[in-house]
Design a protein around this ligand. Sequence first.
Ligand SMILES: Nc1ncnc2c1ncn2[C@@H]1O[C@H](COP(=O)(O)OP(=O)(O)OP(=O)(O)O)[C@@H](O)[C@H]1O
Length: 692
Amino acid sequence: MGDEDWEAEIIKPHVSSYVPVFEKDKYSSGANGDTFNRTSVSSPEMDNGSSRKDPFLRTGFGSGRSLGNRDVGEFSKRETIPTMGSFGSGKGFGNRGFPNNKFEEGDSSGFWKESNNDCEDNQTWNRGFSKRGSENNDQDEGTQRASGLFGSRRPALSGAGNGDTFQSRSGSGSGRGGYKGLNEEVITGTGKNSWKSEAEGGESGDVQGPKVTYIPPPPPEDEDSIFAHYQTGINFDKYDTILVEVSGHEAPQAILTFEEANLCQTLSNNIAKAGYTKLTPVQKYSIPIILAGRDLMACAQTGSGKTAAFLLPILAHLMRDGITASRFKELQEPECIIVAPTRELINQIYLEARKFSFGTCIRAVVIYGGTQLGHSIRQIVQGCNILCATPGRLMDIIGKEKIGLKQVKYLVLDEADRMLDMGFGPEMKKLISCPGMPSKEQRQTLLFSATFPEEIQRLAGEFLKSNYLFVAVGQVGGACRDVQQSILQVGQYSKREKLVEILRNIGDERTMVFVETKKKADFIATFLCQEKISTTSIHGDREQREREQALGDFRYGKCPVLVATSVAARGLDIENVQHVINFDLPSTIDEYVHRIGRTGRCGNTGRAISFFDPESDNHLAQPLVKVLSDAQQDVPAWLEEIAFSTYVPGFSGSTRGNVFASVDTRKGKSTLNTAGFSSLQAANPVDNDSWD
Ligand SMILES: Nc1ncnc2c1ncn2[C@@H]1O[C@H](COP(=O)(O)OP(=O)(O)OP(=O)(O)O)[C@@H](O)[C@H]1O
């Protein structure tokens, strides 16, 4: 069964059978200057199909090739206002945007079949499922409304596009994709290495859909660009006052300065050129732990330097061991593999690895879905010591025997809770049981995130040596205190107006607006452009080229507003993001913490405003109150009331488990160390198998 069939099966009982009328002759698929048209058809059933009764889905905007709007002619005018950012998905919305279109609020005429997908986007449909090969699934964009771990998964949903013009081009292998789409997909049961390669599944033409040909631009070569960085903020020094807990046996002493780490001269020079003069708490604790060869699970607030916390000691070891890239070998055997859940994030980590290894013989390589497989292979065969990869592309490359795992000494899971949950957990399990992969006793495994639900911590035991150390900087799963959080009660039908009001007040300050679905991301971006607010968008239905273009336009100030789904919630480090607006709240509190963490980074301050709709967000009231109060933010009385009225006894802080694990789930007693930090020693973590 293909992806689309599966989606249809899930949705069928509730959706309208409406198929829009589409005037093909007015459609051309050129990237620029496309003309779109369709005839407006009222579709009252659609309201039944959308369990959210979302006003934004009733106005006829969406992603995919077919654009719906009554002001057809307006679309072709978009080239006339090039100042607007790129948004939209695929051919329907070219990179130049189309600000002149007009649509009317509450107009229910603008449906096409793709609207049905919003039912998929609605969390109620997705609980317990992890849809494989579904690049159009917002669940895969990090919202992960997971109801379990390694839970029920539909096997081998290959997700070939069916060529239906009105369907989103999910799973077409066309290079678009969210967190984990067809091009980042691992499918069991076929192929000599037990997982179906990306080429088999998406790029070689075995399934329908165009070949992915996108080759990302090469990284910068000039030193200034490589070491470009933004300034630490006024609260950087306050990091020192955050309590740090280390649990596990015989933890090495924290270091207080980079000098104490005894790094080689080249590495020290690179650290200085990167503008790092002082360690952040997670670095103070993690660097000596990793240098001592210990496994580590580290949890520290967003934007507090976790990337360097693992990269620097790994590089130090590789330098110490005299590792040099072996060029032009058909089978490369990297010493270090780093995985992260999104393409943009893994690319960012790669650029950091490249920066810190500048002037050394260590070669970092990045590979991710949505790009030409041949390009990934070409990068690897030129030499690869540190392989930065998204999971699907990694497994493809391993399956193609371009990567051997025998030399792996370091395995890093960034956003580790995400990498181990039901979405990526199975892939990660496969990775560690791949032929040649050293056992956990033989390698060093490092898990980093700002959130670590208890159940994920338990699962992580499979990946880590039993004597691993746990570093918790501040409250596990807590929000960054440099972000001023406000929660506004705003109903669905007032959200757009409120958004425009806020953005007009904000002016040109860089702002990320998070919405729940890909379609809504397109819709809101379009709407904002119509309001003359220069906006771009990023989500999993956009082609990789478009995603990177959108991020670039936002990063370099061309578009001060980025509308995003949760695909951009984790890890992205963009200078000067001053505001995050949760137009829609995410379904889990940990996702909220990650989203608002796109601002207030590295000691800078930021603001997060969230629209709370009592119709749909009440389940978040309780965890929100906790996150706000833990971060010493004002808690609105109305939110406390909702939290009280929806009180769940034994509340653990998350809709999917305990995001507020006080610390290490292995438990133990806490002692204060001399630096004023507390150090938690597990009673006997080796013997203590009873983590539950
Ligand atoms: N010691 C330091 N001195 C100055 N800047 C630093 C230092 N450590 C990290 N940074 C900078 O702080 C920013 C945030 O770091 P990083 O992206 O590693 O945060 P993170 O903890 O991984 O965040 P997230 O949880 O969102 O992934 C980056 O721009 C990084 O270069």
